[in-house]
Design a protein around this ligand. Structure first.
Ligand SMILES: O=C(O)CCC(=O)C(=O)O
Ligand SMILES: [Fe+2]
Length: 277
């Protein structure tokens, strides 16, 4: 684990973050979220984490998700404060630069609470863009992940394993230990990486849980990893700002200006009709 990840300050702009992503495929932004927002996210999600039952390992994919890892979706339903993350101007600026060249708009792919507990093995390293294998052969990333630390991320408790520079590698190249490192960071900091960057959850040998919120955005013409339509009740969506509603899938995707079509239709129009204007 000899590589290093560039670290930026929380005051960095979307342009600074985007430049680092282009260079290295991964960057840590320290103190990305204010401590009171981190505290609110933790407080609001805590009862849901406590109510979460251990997953039964039924398939190979369950091994990927982890036997000793708590995972929660529908974060916009579970946490009122989450909307501040979802529409954070720095995040949206990064997505404008990283995703918009290849779509007319992007949306939330998945917001996932991931708490890696003691005894968890390292997750197999992977590229998130491989969720969409045919499309993943394109030169630009399909998705960008903002992994926010809600607890300390240490080498012992499962800090995300990352391979800087791997976003530009040939697909069959495997990282050496010297090319690999971990996103060690404190609560409120974020590791931002592209869907082409090799990474994975770390093993937890310390017994101290590692809690993070993985917020990823993808091109608006892809099927997102998480189905937010079913996860977040309409009455909650109606109360959110317009941009947040759009990111959760309540706008038509209009690709006509780029030679595409209109997709994500509802009743031959926009799903925004469901929100009452
Ligand atoms: O939890 C982590 O650090 C990374 C998880 C991950 O990469 C995934 O589930 O796709
Ligand atoms: Fe991943």
């Amino acid at each position: 684990m000899g590589a290093t990840v560039k670290r930026l300050s929380g005051a960095s702009s979307g342009e600074d973050i985007s430049k680092a992503l282009e260079d290295d495929g991964v960057v840590i932004v320290e103190d990305f979220l204010a401590p009171d927002l981190v505290a609110a996210l933790n407080e609001e999600l805590q009862p849901h984490i406590e109510a979460c039952k251990p997953r039964e390992l039924k398939s190979m994919y369950d091994g990927f998700l982890g036997a000793y890892t708590v995972r929660l979706h529908a974060i916009a339903d579970k946490s009122e404060s989450f909307v501040d993350v979802l529409v954070d101007p720095r995040i949206l600026s990064v997505m404008d630069q990283q995703l918009k060249p290849n779509c007319t708009d992007y949306r939330l792919s998945s917001a996932e609470l991931i708490e890696i507990r003691g005894g968890e093995a390292a997750q197999p390293i992977h590229r998130d863009d491989d969720s969409w294998p045919r499309a993943a052969q394109s030169a630009a990333p399909l998705a960008i992940n903002v992994m926010i630390a809600l607890s300390d991320y240490t080498a012992e408790n499962g800090a995300t394993v990352v391979v800087p520079g791997s976003h530009k590698w040939a697909r069959d190249r495997e990282p050496t230990p010297e090319e690999t490192t971990q996103a060690v960071m404190s609560p409120g900091s974020a590791a931002i990486f592209t869907g082409q960057t090799i990474h994975g959850g770390g093993r937890n040998v310390s017994g101290v849980p590692r809690r993070g919120l993985s917020v990823s955005y993808c091109h608006g013409w892809l099927v997102p990893v998480e189905n937010s339509w079913l996860g977040v009740p309409l009455e909650k969506v109606r109360k959110l700002p317009k941009r947040a509603q759009s990111l959760l899938g309540y706008d038509i995707y209009d690709g006509t200006s780029r030679g595409g079509g209109q997709i994500n239709m509802y009743e031959v129009g926009s799903p925004r009709a469901l929100l009452g204007g």
